[in-house]
Design a protein around this ligand. Structure first.
Ligand code: SF4
Length: 80
């Protein structure tokens, strides 16, 4: 699988850096409707990811190794 996985969520672009992710699962504790661990123990988007977008933002902020980033439509970085 590619290093980066991206998903458009409203106006945001959410990116998982799969090389940085260490699989602690904090993001899943915060927003299990958006993220899950794949068979390699690395975070990935749920196929039907959806839910509270603020919870998604908090989940991205909770990543201890900054593997999750969020960008606005102009490419400005909201998280981390
Ligand atoms: S919180 Fe960060 S390190 Fe932990 S599983 Fe999620 S993306 Fe990976």
């Amino acid at each position: 699988m590619a290093q980066f996985e991206e998903r458009k969520v409203g106006r945001w672009t959410v990116r998982i850096d799969r090389l940085i992710c260490v699989g602690f699962g904090d993001c899943i504790d915060e927003a299990g409707s958006w993220f899950e661990l794949d068979e390699e123990g690395i975070a990935t988007f749920r196929p039907t990811s959806s839910g509270d977008e603020n919870a998604l933002l908090e989940a991205c902020r909770s990543c201890p190794v900054d593997a999750l980033s969020v960008y606005d439509p102009e490419g400005g970085r909201l998280v981390p």
